[in-house]
Write a protein that binds this ligand. Structure first.
Ligand SMILES: Nc1ncnc2c1ncn2[C@@H]1O[C@H](COP(=O)(O)OP(=O)(O)OP(=O)(O)O)[C@@H](O)[C@H]1O
Length: 281
């Protein structure tokens, strides 16, 4: 027996043979998860790439419990969460979506939005909803963002720019150091300068807190610059998985070449299907 064998740490996230079909049996049937197997180690920062409709958001939504999967198993932090409702999983997960208007109440102030989150239990253990302590702590955190919001804690969130709102949403989502952070194209709706600011902030928070993260993006540059692993989705499955040194070596041109291969394969599939159709229909 090899006594030097060490047990590998259990992954923080594990998907085993996960399937999901929407509108099954109708003309609108789509199969965005086709037997996905995926392990994500604790502390990993994973970039999720893929063409439109390849299943990136569905992957994140399945982990967050936005819908029930058809088959398979999802484990999170050592627990089988496959049948847990979304609100129960939310205790372990922080999320930021593409739309800067989601996740916050636009007519309420920054402070009130954070107070509400505190009351909803997002900042458990802190009884400082609307207290002096919340204002002070929030003011410090917001100052660190360097986006000029520290003197605007009483301004309506709706009056802030998209970039400022996304920065705040990220702050809210990571305040309590979630076990898993899910970012779904969270800078796609921002102007380039704000997107760069929010990306820099994202990287800083993830590194500082050591957060396990899945980040969906269409930006090859972000994929190359950030994270330690890239998974490329295609037709409801993980087509490529680049990690460690391989990931660090990847350049935008390499990723574009992989996308081009996928596109060529799709064209070939389509022409084969056309041929079959013309032969048999
Ligand atoms: N709740 C849902 N109900 C019905 N269909 C859905 C649902 N969620 C996703 N889909 C469909 O599943 C497929 C995959 O969608 P998904 O949003 O995961 O793709 P994506 O890779 O994130 O694409 P994009 O880059 O365009 O956002 C699409 O055809 C989409 O319309």
């Amino acid at each position: 027996m090899n006594t030097s064998t060490t047990l590998a740490a259990a992954p923080l996230v594990r998907l085993s043979q996960v399937y999901k079909t929407f509108h099954a049996g109708t003309v609108n049937e789509v199969r965005p998860m086709r037997g996905i197997n995926l392990d994500i180690a604790e502390g990993a920062f994973v970039i999720v790439l893929g063409g439109n409709g390849s299943g990136k958001s569905t992957l994140l939504n399945a982990i967050a419990g936005s819908f029930a999967i058809d088959a398979g198993r999802i484990e999170l932090d050592g627990q089988d969460v496959s049948t847990w409702p979304e609100h129960r999983r939310a205790a372990l997960i922080g999320r930021v979506f593409q739309n800067p208007f989601s996740g916050t109440a636009p007519n309420m102030s920054i402070l009130d939005n954070f107070s509400l989150a505190a009351k909803r239990g997002k900042f458990r253990g802190l009884s400082w909803a609307h207290s002096r302590q919340l204002r002070d702590e929030l003011s410090d955190r917001v100052r660190e963002l360097k986006m000029g919001m520290e003197d605007r804690l009483d301004s309506a969130i709706g009056s802030l720019s998209g970039g400022q709102r996304q920065a705040l949403t990220l702050l809210m989502a990571t305040w309590l150091k979630p076990r898993l952070l899910l970012l779904d194209e969270h800078t796609a709706a921002l102007d380039p300068k704000s997107a760069d600011q929010v990306i820099a902030l994202t990287d800083r928070v993830i590194q500082r807190e050591g957060l396990t993260t899945l980040m969906v993006t269409h930006s090859m540059q972000q994929a190359v610059n950030l994270g330690d692993r890239i998974i490329m989705m295609h037709r409801g499955n993980v087509l490529h998985d680049f990690r460690d040194a391989q990931k660090q070596r990847l350049r935008v041109d390499d990723l574009l070449a992989h996308f081009e291969n996928v596109r060529r394969r799709e064209l070939l599939d389509e022409s084969a299907a056309d041929m079959l159709r013309s032969r048999y229909l």
